[in-house]
Design a protein around this ligand. Sequence first.
Ligand code: NAD
Length: 280
Amino acid sequence: ETSEFQVGLIGADIQLSKTPALHMREGTAHGLDYRYELVDIHARKVEESALPDLLAELEGRGFAGANITHPFKQAVIPLLDDLSEDARRLGAVNTVVFRGGKRFGHNTDWSGFYESFQRGLPDAKRERALLIGAGGAGVAVAHAALKLGIARLDIFDQDKARAGSLAKALNARFGEDRAFAVEDPAQSMPEADGLIHATPMGMPAHPGMPLEADLIEPRHWVADIVYMPLVTALLAAAKAKGCAVLPGGGMAVFQAVGAFRLFCGREPDAERMSAHFTEL
Ligand code: NAD
């Protein structure tokens, strides 16, 4: 009996991902020979149209499953046999499990943010919050926000159509008047309890903050999902004002915690994985 356990990540430009290290160290702690392989379409010099072949390749090689990232989280859905309720409602999959000749799709991005928020901001007031960024990650985080009980979610994106269609999808999913597209963060912050940031602003390639610092008040909680760096300009400004803050590392760790559990059916040690993440 071989103890080799293989999973992968299918995406584009994923060479710097910290997810393989997180999974493999945790797998080793469970006594598994846990292999996590990057399947990067750019490194392999294949087109996006190779997705069905890549998925079939990993399944054929006996992988337990694969994480799925940009640009495939929607494209993978027609290639699956079944979806979790949340993945179906969200229309995005980041974790595929191969079992008994079938492919099951899950989404641990939203649950990663959910879990991180519950642990890091357990007492956050949830009447109204502003989400900035309605792209791939924003869609998952918005789903989590409404599941967290945020009664009203305002959504701002520089691409107005994205904010509008996300608000519409959320209202169809969770009930009318839960989500609203706004045209300016200044419309929302004075009334909001907190802010969730889900654009690339604050990363080295996108320096700066997604809103005027003056709009942040000490009573606001501020959650960023950017995790490179762990403390963004936004979080530094919010901390300086005395706000409760939630860095993006928690979402990254808990999406991996959720995927690990789905891949191998063992309960990962979330504290150990968090501690490891801060070393990476
Ligand atoms: P994306 O490109 O799909 O979406 C980004 C969205 O932000 C777009 O809709 C864009 O119009 C909008 N935007 C960009 N700059 C803006 C600005 N200044 N003001 C308003 N809107 C703006 O990207 P994504 O996949 O959603 O990822 C966004 C960021 O989230 C990434 O850069 C990454 O740092 C982070 N992320 C973190 C995790 C995690 O686990 N913590 C997971 C996924 C993504």
